[in-house]
Design a protein around this ligand. Structure first.
Ligand SMILES: *[C@@H]1O[C@H](CO)[C@@H](O)[C@H](O)[C@H]1NC(C)=O
Ligand SMILES: *[C@@H]1O[C@H](CO)[C@@H](O)[C@H](O)[C@H]1NC(C)=O
Ligand SMILES: *[C@@H]1O[C@H](CO)[C@@H](O)[C@H](O)[C@H]1NC(C)=O
Ligand SMILES: *[C@@H]1O[C@H](CO)[C@@H](O)[C@H](O)[C@H]1NC(C)=O
Length: 379
Protein backbone atom coordinates (compact mmCIF):
# COMPACT_ATOMS: atom_id res chain seq x y z
CA UNK A 1 0.00 0.00 0.00
CA UNK A 2 1.26 3.47 -0.88
CA UNK A 3 2.47 5.95 1.68
CA UNK A 4 -0.18 8.60 2.31
CA UNK A 5 -2.86 6.04 2.02
CA UNK A 6 -2.62 5.56 5.76
CA UNK A 7 -6.32 6.09 6.09
CA UNK A 8 -6.96 3.18 3.82
CA UNK A 9 -4.67 0.88 5.66
CA UNK A 10 -6.85 1.61 8.62
CA UNK A 11 -8.33 -1.76 8.44
CA UNK A 12 -6.43 -1.84 11.64
CA UNK A 13 -8.98 -3.37 13.80
CA UNK A 14 -10.26 -1.33 16.65
CA UNK A 15 -12.79 -3.29 18.53
CA UNK A 16 -14.76 -0.82 20.49
CA UNK A 17 -17.11 -3.52 21.60
CA UNK A 18 -17.68 -1.91 24.96
CA UNK A 19 -18.85 1.25 23.33
CA UNK A 20 -21.11 -0.68 21.04
CA UNK A 21 -22.79 -2.78 23.63
CA UNK A 22 -23.27 -0.18 26.26
CA UNK A 23 -25.20 2.18 24.03
CA UNK A 24 -28.73 1.35 24.94
CA UNK A 25 -31.69 3.63 25.28
CA UNK A 26 -32.56 4.30 28.85
CA UNK A 27 -36.05 3.14 29.56
CA UNK A 28 -38.31 5.35 31.58
CA UNK A 29 -37.88 4.72 35.27
CA UNK A 30 -40.65 4.48 37.77
CA UNK A 31 -40.97 7.68 39.76
CA UNK A 32 -39.72 6.01 42.91
CA UNK A 33 -36.54 4.01 42.79
CA UNK A 34 -36.12 1.14 45.17
CA UNK A 35 -34.26 2.57 48.12
CA UNK A 36 -31.64 -0.13 48.20
CA UNK A 37 -28.40 -0.74 46.44
CA UNK A 38 -29.63 -4.10 45.25
CA UNK A 39 -30.99 -3.98 41.73
CA UNK A 40 -33.56 -6.59 40.75
CA UNK A 41 -31.63 -7.54 37.66
CA UNK A 42 -28.52 -8.57 39.55
CA UNK A 43 -28.55 -12.31 39.83
CA UNK A 44 -26.16 -13.97 42.14
CA UNK A 45 -25.97 -17.66 41.36
CA UNK A 46 -26.70 -19.56 44.52
CA UNK A 47 -23.60 -21.32 45.90
CA UNK A 48 -21.60 -21.46 42.67
CA UNK A 49 -20.13 -24.85 42.00
CA UNK A 50 -22.66 -26.81 44.05
CA UNK A 51 -24.92 -29.12 42.07
CA UNK A 52 -28.46 -27.80 41.79
CA UNK A 53 -30.85 -29.82 43.97
CA UNK A 54 -33.47 -31.65 41.90
CA UNK A 55 -36.03 -32.90 44.42
CA UNK A 56 -37.71 -30.81 47.11
CA UNK A 57 -36.21 -33.14 49.73
CA UNK A 58 -32.76 -32.14 48.49
CA UNK A 59 -33.34 -28.46 49.10
CA UNK A 60 -31.13 -26.99 51.78
CA UNK A 61 -32.94 -25.64 54.81
CA UNK A 62 -34.32 -22.13 54.84
CA UNK A 63 -31.86 -19.59 56.18
CA UNK A 64 -33.41 -17.62 59.02
CA UNK A 65 -31.96 -14.35 60.19
CA UNK A 66 -31.92 -12.80 63.65
CA UNK A 67 -35.09 -11.08 64.87
CA UNK A 68 -35.57 -7.67 63.32
CA UNK A 69 -36.47 -4.33 64.84
CA UNK A 70 -39.61 -4.68 62.76
CA UNK A 71 -41.97 -7.15 64.46
CA UNK A 72 -43.60 -7.91 61.09
CA UNK A 73 -40.31 -8.80 59.38
CA UNK A 74 -40.37 -12.48 58.35
CA UNK A 75 -37.38 -14.39 59.77
CA UNK A 76 -36.41 -15.58 56.27
CA UNK A 77 -35.99 -11.97 55.16
CA UNK A 78 -34.04 -8.97 56.30
CA UNK A 79 -35.59 -5.58 56.95
CA UNK A 80 -33.35 -2.57 57.03
CA UNK A 81 -34.47 0.33 59.25
CA UNK A 82 -33.05 2.72 56.63
CA UNK A 83 -35.27 1.23 53.92
CA UNK A 84 -38.57 0.36 55.57
CA UNK A 85 -40.22 -0.18 52.18
CA UNK A 86 -37.79 -2.85 51.02
CA UNK A 87 -37.96 -6.51 51.97
CA UNK A 88 -34.87 -8.53 51.13
CA UNK A 89 -35.53 -12.26 51.03
CA UNK A 90 -33.14 -13.36 48.29
CA UNK A 91 -30.71 -16.31 48.63
CA UNK A 92 -32.52 -17.84 51.62
CA UNK A 93 -33.59 -21.26 50.25
CA UNK A 94 -37.20 -20.16 50.55
CA UNK A 95 -39.82 -22.56 49.20
CA UNK A 96 -42.96 -20.79 50.36
CA UNK A 97 -43.37 -17.03 50.09
CA UNK A 98 -43.54 -15.61 53.63
CA UNK A 99 -46.20 -13.16 54.80
CA UNK A 100 -45.19 -9.87 53.23
CA UNK A 101 -45.67 -6.81 55.50
CA UNK A 102 -48.02 -4.21 54.11
CA UNK A 103 -45.32 -1.49 54.19
CA UNK A 104 -43.39 -3.32 51.45
CA UNK A 105 -42.90 -1.57 48.11
CA UNK A 106 -39.82 -3.41 46.91
CA UNK A 107 -39.77 -7.15 47.31
CA UNK A 108 -36.69 -9.24 46.58
CA UNK A 109 -37.30 -12.99 46.41
CA UNK A 110 -34.80 -13.99 43.73
CA UNK A 111 -32.51 -17.03 43.97
CA UNK A 112 -34.73 -19.27 46.06
CA UNK A 113 -36.69 -22.51 45.52
CA UNK A 114 -40.19 -21.10 45.18
CA UNK A 115 -42.22 -23.32 42.86
CA UNK A 116 -45.62 -21.72 42.94
CA UNK A 117 -47.15 -18.32 43.57
CA UNK A 118 -50.55 -18.94 45.14
CA UNK A 119 -53.51 -16.58 45.01
CA UNK A 120 -52.96 -15.12 48.49
CA UNK A 121 -49.16 -14.90 48.31
CA UNK A 122 -49.14 -11.12 48.56
CA UNK A 123 -52.49 -10.64 50.24
CA UNK A 124 -51.37 -7.96 52.68
CA UNK A 125 -48.80 -6.33 50.40
CA UNK A 126 -51.23 -4.13 48.55
CA UNK A 127 -48.69 -1.36 47.91
CA UNK A 128 -45.95 -3.46 46.39
CA UNK A 129 -44.33 -1.86 43.31
CA UNK A 130 -41.43 -4.17 42.45
CA UNK A 131 -41.29 -7.93 42.76
CA UNK A 132 -38.22 -9.90 41.85
CA UNK A 133 -38.81 -13.64 41.65
CA UNK A 134 -35.96 -14.39 39.26
CA UNK A 135 -34.15 -17.70 39.47
CA UNK A 136 -36.67 -19.81 41.35
CA UNK A 137 -38.61 -22.95 40.32
CA UNK A 138 -41.88 -21.23 39.52
CA UNK A 139 -44.09 -23.16 37.14
CA UNK A 140 -47.39 -21.64 38.16
CA UNK A 141 -48.59 -18.16 39.08
CA UNK A 142 -52.21 -18.04 40.14
CA UNK A 143 -53.97 -15.31 38.21
CA UNK A 144 -55.76 -13.99 41.31
CA UNK A 145 -52.37 -13.01 42.77
CA UNK A 146 -52.37 -9.75 40.90
CA UNK A 147 -55.81 -8.61 42.04
CA UNK A 148 -54.23 -7.91 45.45
CA UNK A 149 -51.35 -5.84 44.08
CA UNK A 150 -52.83 -3.30 41.69
CA UNK A 151 -49.91 -0.85 42.00
CA UNK A 152 -47.28 -3.26 40.68
CA UNK A 153 -44.84 -1.65 38.24
CA UNK A 154 -41.98 -4.14 37.81
CA UNK A 155 -42.34 -7.91 37.74
CA UNK A 156 -39.22 -9.97 37.22
CA UNK A 157 -39.74 -13.71 36.80
CA UNK A 158 -36.85 -14.61 34.52
CA UNK A 159 -35.08 -17.95 35.00
CA UNK A 160 -38.04 -20.01 36.15
CA UNK A 161 -40.15 -22.82 34.70
CA UNK A 162 -43.24 -21.05 33.42
CA UNK A 163 -44.95 -22.64 30.42
CA UNK A 164 -47.03 -19.63 29.58
CA UNK A 165 -47.22 -15.89 30.14
CA UNK A 166 -49.08 -15.43 33.46
CA UNK A 167 -52.67 -14.21 33.17
CA UNK A 168 -54.29 -11.43 35.18
CA UNK A 169 -51.23 -9.16 35.12
CA UNK A 170 -51.95 -5.67 36.51
CA UNK A 171 -52.49 -3.06 33.79
CA UNK A 172 -50.17 -0.71 35.70
CA UNK A 173 -47.12 -2.84 34.85
CA UNK A 174 -44.10 -1.07 33.33
CA UNK A 175 -41.54 -3.85 33.10
CA UNK A 176 -42.12 -7.56 32.65
CA UNK A 177 -39.19 -9.94 32.48
CA UNK A 178 -39.98 -13.53 31.57
CA UNK A 179 -36.74 -14.54 29.89
CA UNK A 180 -35.30 -18.04 30.34
CA UNK A 181 -38.52 -19.87 31.08
CA UNK A 182 -40.19 -22.63 29.04
CA UNK A 183 -42.92 -20.44 27.61
CA UNK A 184 -44.72 -21.90 24.62
CA UNK A 185 -47.95 -20.00 25.01
CA UNK A 186 -49.16 -16.41 25.20
CA UNK A 187 -52.83 -16.61 26.25
CA UNK A 188 -55.02 -14.30 24.14
CA UNK A 189 -55.45 -10.87 25.69
CA UNK A 190 -52.80 -11.20 28.43
CA UNK A 191 -51.29 -7.85 27.47
CA UNK A 192 -54.60 -6.07 27.02
CA UNK A 193 -54.80 -2.51 28.37
CA UNK A 194 -51.15 -2.56 29.46
CA UNK A 195 -50.46 0.82 27.91
CA UNK A 196 -47.73 1.64 30.46
CA UNK A 197 -45.57 -1.38 29.75
CA UNK A 198 -42.22 -0.14 28.44
CA UNK A 199 -40.19 -3.35 28.62
CA UNK A 200 -41.23 -6.86 27.66
CA UNK A 201 -38.57 -9.52 27.82
CA UNK A 202 -39.46 -12.97 26.51
CA UNK A 203 -35.89 -13.89 25.67
CA UNK A 204 -34.90 -17.57 25.61
CA UNK A 205 -38.26 -19.30 25.60
CA UNK A 206 -39.89 -21.64 23.10
CA UNK A 207 -42.18 -19.28 21.24
CA UNK A 208 -42.97 -19.97 17.60
CA UNK A 209 -44.85 -18.00 14.94
CA UNK A 210 -48.22 -19.47 15.89
CA UNK A 211 -47.92 -18.05 19.41
CA UNK A 212 -47.81 -14.45 18.21
CA UNK A 213 -51.02 -13.11 16.71
CA UNK A 214 -51.46 -9.73 15.08
CA UNK A 215 -53.27 -8.56 18.22
CA UNK A 216 -50.87 -9.97 20.80
CA UNK A 217 -49.06 -6.65 21.34
CA UNK A 218 -51.94 -4.44 20.22
CA UNK A 219 -52.46 -2.49 23.45
CA UNK A 220 -48.79 -2.03 24.29
CA UNK A 221 -48.70 1.54 23.03
CA UNK A 222 -45.91 2.56 25.41
CA UNK A 223 -43.60 -0.35 24.68
CA UNK A 224 -39.98 0.67 24.08
CA UNK A 225 -38.02 -2.56 24.44
CA UNK A 226 -39.11 -5.92 23.10
CA UNK A 227 -36.83 -8.91 23.41
CA UNK A 228 -37.87 -12.09 21.61
CA UNK A 229 -34.36 -13.36 21.03
CA UNK A 230 -33.59 -17.04 21.36
CA UNK A 231 -36.99 -18.47 20.46
CA UNK A 232 -38.01 -20.45 17.37
CA UNK A 233 -39.59 -17.74 15.22
CA UNK A 234 -39.41 -18.10 11.45
CA UNK A 235 -41.24 -14.86 10.76
CA UNK A 236 -40.94 -11.36 12.09
CA UNK A 237 -43.38 -10.86 15.01
CA UNK A 238 -46.60 -9.28 13.73
CA UNK A 239 -48.27 -6.17 15.13
CA UNK A 240 -45.24 -4.88 17.01
CA UNK A 241 -45.95 -1.40 18.50
CA UNK A 242 -44.52 1.28 16.28
CA UNK A 243 -43.14 3.38 19.16
CA UNK A 244 -40.55 0.70 19.86
CA UNK A 245 -36.94 1.82 20.41
CA UNK A 246 -35.28 -1.56 20.74
CA UNK A 247 -36.18 -4.81 19.01
CA UNK A 248 -34.08 -7.90 19.70
CA UNK A 249 -34.70 -11.02 17.62
CA UNK A 250 -31.32 -12.73 17.67
CA UNK A 251 -31.11 -16.52 17.52
CA UNK A 252 -34.39 -17.32 15.84
CA UNK A 253 -34.92 -18.85 12.40
CA UNK A 254 -36.17 -15.77 10.63
CA UNK A 255 -35.55 -15.92 6.88
CA UNK A 256 -37.82 -13.20 5.62
CA UNK A 257 -38.70 -9.58 6.46
CA UNK A 258 -41.81 -8.05 4.84
CA UNK A 259 -40.97 -5.02 2.70
CA UNK A 260 -42.93 -2.53 4.80
CA UNK A 261 -42.19 -4.13 8.19
CA UNK A 262 -40.57 -1.04 9.75
CA UNK A 263 -42.87 1.48 8.11
CA UNK A 264 -44.24 3.93 10.66
CA UNK A 265 -41.59 3.17 13.29
CA UNK A 266 -40.44 6.62 14.34
CA UNK A 267 -38.18 5.85 17.31
CA UNK A 268 -36.68 2.52 16.39
CA UNK A 269 -32.95 2.83 17.14
CA UNK A 270 -31.64 -0.67 17.93
CA UNK A 271 -32.41 -3.74 15.86
CA UNK A 272 -30.71 -7.07 16.42
CA UNK A 273 -31.21 -10.01 14.12
CA UNK A 274 -27.92 -11.81 14.67
CA UNK A 275 -27.96 -15.59 14.17
CA UNK A 276 -30.99 -15.94 11.93
CA UNK A 277 -31.40 -17.27 8.38
CA UNK A 278 -31.58 -14.04 6.46
CA UNK A 279 -30.39 -14.07 2.86
CA UNK A 280 -30.71 -11.40 0.14
CA UNK A 281 -33.90 -13.06 -1.04
CA UNK A 282 -35.68 -12.45 2.28
CA UNK A 283 -34.31 -8.97 2.92
CA UNK A 284 -35.83 -6.26 0.71
CA UNK A 285 -33.06 -3.82 -0.22
CA UNK A 286 -34.60 -0.82 1.53
CA UNK A 287 -36.19 -2.48 4.54
CA UNK A 288 -33.55 -1.10 6.95
CA UNK A 289 -33.56 2.39 5.45
CA UNK A 290 -35.19 3.71 8.65
CA UNK A 291 -34.03 7.18 9.59
CA UNK A 292 -34.17 6.66 13.38
CA UNK A 293 -31.99 3.54 13.30
CA UNK A 294 -28.62 3.90 15.09
CA UNK A 295 -27.46 0.32 15.59
CA UNK A 296 -28.21 -2.55 13.23
CA UNK A 297 -26.91 -6.04 13.90
CA UNK A 298 -27.23 -8.67 11.19
CA UNK A 299 -24.23 -10.87 11.91
CA UNK A 300 -24.26 -14.65 11.39
CA UNK A 301 -26.79 -14.71 8.57
CA UNK A 302 -26.43 -15.51 4.87
CA UNK A 303 -26.51 -12.06 3.30
CA UNK A 304 -24.53 -11.66 0.08
CA UNK A 305 -24.88 -7.91 -0.18
CA UNK A 306 -25.02 -4.91 2.10
CA UNK A 307 -28.60 -3.67 2.62
CA UNK A 308 -29.37 0.04 2.26
CA UNK A 309 -29.37 2.08 5.42
CA UNK A 310 -29.91 5.70 6.35
CA UNK A 311 -27.24 8.34 6.87
CA UNK A 312 -28.03 8.34 10.59
CA UNK A 313 -26.92 4.77 11.25
CA UNK A 314 -23.86 4.65 13.54
CA UNK A 315 -23.11 0.96 14.06
CA UNK A 316 -23.52 -1.82 11.52
CA UNK A 317 -22.73 -5.46 12.21
CA UNK A 318 -22.56 -7.63 9.09
CA UNK A 319 -19.86 -10.04 10.20
CA UNK A 320 -20.19 -13.72 9.33
CA UNK A 321 -22.37 -13.44 6.26
CA UNK A 322 -21.62 -14.29 2.62
CA UNK A 323 -20.68 -10.86 1.33
CA UNK A 324 -18.18 -11.00 -1.56
CA UNK A 325 -17.88 -7.39 -2.54
CA UNK A 326 -18.84 -4.00 -1.28
CA UNK A 327 -19.50 -1.00 -3.49
CA UNK A 328 -19.28 2.27 -1.56
CA UNK A 329 -21.14 4.20 -4.23
CA UNK A 330 -24.10 1.87 -3.94
CA UNK A 331 -24.31 1.69 -0.15
CA UNK A 332 -23.59 5.38 0.43
CA UNK A 333 -26.79 6.90 1.87
CA UNK A 334 -26.05 10.13 -0.01
CA UNK A 335 -24.99 10.79 -3.55
CA UNK A 336 -21.23 10.91 -3.40
CA UNK A 337 -20.72 13.19 -6.42
CA UNK A 338 -23.43 15.71 -5.64
CA UNK A 339 -23.26 15.92 -1.84
CA UNK A 340 -19.56 15.66 -1.13
CA UNK A 341 -19.18 19.30 -0.11
CA UNK A 342 -22.19 19.46 2.21
CA UNK A 343 -21.00 18.64 5.70
CA UNK A 344 -24.50 17.88 7.01
CA UNK A 345 -24.61 15.08 4.50
CA UNK A 346 -21.78 13.04 5.90
CA UNK A 347 -23.17 9.65 6.95
CA UNK A 348 -22.82 9.05 10.68
CA UNK A 349 -21.57 5.49 10.38
CA UNK A 350 -18.70 5.07 12.86
CA UNK A 351 -18.37 1.34 13.32
CA UNK A 352 -18.62 -1.35 10.68
CA UNK A 353 -17.97 -5.06 11.05
CA UNK A 354 -17.48 -7.13 7.94
CA UNK A 355 -15.21 -9.91 9.20
CA UNK A 356 -16.18 -13.48 8.48
CA UNK A 357 -17.31 -12.66 4.92
CA UNK A 358 -15.56 -13.29 1.60
CA UNK A 359 -13.93 -9.89 1.49
CA UNK A 360 -10.28 -9.04 1.45
CA UNK A 361 -8.51 -5.73 1.94
CA UNK A 362 -8.02 -3.03 0.87
CA UNK A 363 -11.20 -1.19 1.73
CA UNK A 364 -12.53 0.33 -1.48
CA UNK A 365 -11.84 4.02 -1.93
CA UNK A 366 -15.51 4.89 -2.37
CA UNK A 367 -16.31 3.43 1.06
CA UNK A 368 -13.73 5.72 2.65
CA UNK A 369 -14.93 8.70 0.61
CA UNK A 370 -18.52 8.20 1.69
CA UNK A 371 -18.21 7.22 5.34
CA UNK A 372 -15.92 9.91 6.63
CA UNK A 373 -16.87 9.41 10.29
CA UNK A 374 -15.93 5.77 10.16
CA UNK A 375 -13.25 5.19 12.73
CA UNK A 376 -13.48 1.48 13.10
CA UNK A 377 -13.91 -1.05 10.37
CA UNK A 378 -13.27 -4.74 10.80
CA UNK A 379 -12.75 -6.82 7.69
C1 LIG B 1 -52.08 -6.55 57.22
O1 LIG B 1 -51.96 -5.14 57.11
C2 LIG B 1 -52.61 -4.39 58.10
C3 LIG B 1 -52.35 -2.93 57.84
O2 LIG B 1 -52.56 -2.62 56.51
C4 LIG B 1 -52.09 -4.76 59.48
O3 LIG B 1 -52.80 -4.08 60.45
C5 LIG B 1 -52.21 -6.25 59.68
O4 LIG B 1 -51.62 -6.62 60.91
C6 LIG B 1 -51.54 -7.00 58.55
N1 LIG B 1 -51.73 -8.41 58.71
C7 LIG B 1 -50.74 -9.24 58.81
C8 LIG B 1 -51.11 -10.67 59.02
O5 LIG B 1 -49.58 -8.89 58.69
C1 LIG C 1 -49.89 4.89 33.47
O1 LIG C 1 -48.97 5.89 33.85
C2 LIG C 1 -49.56 7.16 34.05
C3 LIG C 1 -48.43 8.15 34.29
O2 LIG C 1 -47.54 7.67 35.25
C4 LIG C 1 -50.53 7.08 35.22
O3 LIG C 1 -51.14 8.32 35.42
C5 LIG C 1 -51.59 6.02 34.89
O4 LIG C 1 -52.45 5.85 35.98
C6 LIG C 1 -50.93 4.71 34.58
N1 LIG C 1 -51.93 3.76 34.09
C7 LIG C 1 -52.20 2.66 34.77
C8 LIG C 1 -53.22 1.78 34.13
O5 LIG C 1 -51.64 2.35 35.78
C1 LIG D 1 -33.99 5.97 2.18
O1 LIG D 1 -35.08 6.71 2.64
C2 LIG D 1 -35.01 8.11 2.32
C3 LIG D 1 -36.23 8.79 2.88
O2 LIG D 1 -36.50 8.36 4.15
C4 LIG D 1 -34.93 8.30 0.82
O3 LIG D 1 -34.77 9.67 0.52
C5 LIG D 1 -33.75 7.51 0.28
O4 LIG D 1 -33.73 7.58 -1.13
C6 LIG D 1 -33.82 6.06 0.69
N1 LIG D 1 -32.63 5.39 0.28
C7 LIG D 1 -32.64 4.32 -0.48
C8 LIG D 1 -31.31 3.76 -0.83
O5 LIG D 1 -33.69 3.80 -0.83
C1 LIG E 1 -20.22 0.66 -7.94
O1 LIG E 1 -21.53 1.02 -8.29
C2 LIG E 1 -21.56 2.13 -9.22
C3 LIG E 1 -23.02 2.57 -9.37
O2 LIG E 1 -23.87 1.47 -9.43
C4 LIG E 1 -20.90 1.74 -10.51
O3 LIG E 1 -20.95 2.81 -11.42
C5 LIG E 1 -19.47 1.34 -10.23
O4 LIG E 1 -18.86 0.85 -11.39
C6 LIG E 1 -19.40 0.27 -9.15
N1 LIG E 1 -18.02 0.08 -8.76
C7 LIG E 1 -17.41 -1.08 -8.83
C8 LIG E 1 -15.98 -1.11 -8.39
O5 LIG E 1 -17.96 -2.10 -9.24
Amino acid sequence: MKAGAGLFSALALFLFMGAVFTQRPRPRRPTKRPPTTRKPSVLQPYIPGEPEPQEPTDFPPVILGPPSVFPDCPRECSCSPSYPNALNCENRNIRVIPLIPSRTHYLYLQNNYISEVKADAFKNATDVRWINLANNRIHQIDKQVFEKIPALLYLYVQRNQLNEVPSGLPVSLEQLRLGRNHITKIPPGVFNKMGNLTLLDLYHNQLSDGDLGKNTFKDLKGLMQLNLAHNTLKKMPPGVPSGLIQLFLDRNRIDDIPKDYFEGFTHLAFVRLNYNQLSDKGVPKDVFNVSSLLDLQLSHNQLASVPHFSGNLEHLHLNHNSIESINGTQICPYNLQVDLGDHSLVPRLRYLRLDGNHLSPPIPLDVIMCFRHLHSIVI
